[in-house]
Write a protein that binds this ligand. Structure first.
Ligand code: ACO
Length: 209
């Protein structure tokens, strides 16, 4: 096993309920597919372009192979694929990817949250838990994220937890059918003073349980 995997993080409490993170499971297929088919328009503008139609890619039968490749990446220490739960129900995903060790000790982090939980602090809480895990048990020095300039809600989430903007990556990623510019944001261990969740609790954004 690699440091920080498998991970069970939280709970912390926000407006929407108790937020916890846990490893992806094979039996997430139904919830994962139901939400993603329902929220096609909420999710597709921000996600890497996939092959085939959204309906086919997000059919329940696509979860087992996806789950299996996420678990394989996690087992080799390259990824931390987590489900965000709110009051015990599937609420989205948070993934740490491209974990590189050695002299880099870096990774990217990304997330999505179901629309009906939106605007009530779930993504902010999940990201805070994920970052504390990366800089704690996983032992990373740097975590970065990329976000489309048009994605104002996600930029607010990244700012909430303390990411710093590093620049604009031109035509960086094939998202929603085209090469899209992305803002690069990052954080290194030196920039933290204690845990992110503790700072957010002091700011009144969440409560610790
Ligand atoms: N313009 C500006 N700010 C906005 C807007 C808007 N149109 N809509 C929401 N916000 C702000 C809110 O005010 C809030 O900021 P605040 O707490 O400082 O007031 C923030 O955005 C939302 O915070 P949360 O409630 O913690 O976030 P939520 O749980 O609603 O999730 C998310 C936000 C993740 C962007 C969700 O809407 C989503 O999954 N969207 C689709 C997929 C996606 O965009 N994923 C992120 C891709 S980028 C990446 O992964 C690094």
């Amino acid at each position: 096993q690699h440091p920080g995997w498998p991970a069970h993080l939280g709970p912390v409490r926000v407006g929407a309920g108790a937020v916890t993170l846990r490893p992806v499971r094979l039996r997430d297929a139904a919830a994962w597919s139901r939400i993603r088919l329902r929220e096609h328009d909420h999710l597709e503008p921000w996600e890497p372009t996939g092959r085939g139609a959204w309906e086919a890619r997000n059919h329940p039968s696509n979860w087992p192979p996806l789950w299996s490749s996420l678990k394989a990446e996690a087992r080799r220490g390259a990824m931390i694929p987590l489900v965000i739960e709110v009051d015990g129900a599937f609420g989205g995903q948070l993934t740490v990817g491209n974990i590189v060790r050695g002299a880099l000790r870096s990774a990217w982090i990304g997330y999505w949250v179901t629309r009906d939980l939106g605007g009530r602090g779930v993504a902010t809480a999940a990201l805070a838990l994920g970052l504390d895990h990366c800089f704690g048990p996983v032992g990373l020095h740097r975590v970065e994220a990329t976000v489309r300039p048009e994605n104002l809600a996600s930029q607010a989430v990244l700012r909430n937890v303390g990411f710093r903007e590093e620049g604009l990556l031109r035509r960086y990623l094939d998202v929603d059918g085209a090469w899209r510019d992305h803002l690069l944001v990052a954080m290194t261990a030196e920039e933290l003073s204690g845990r992110v969740v503790d700072r957010l609790a002091r700011e009144g954004r969440l409560t610790l349980r």
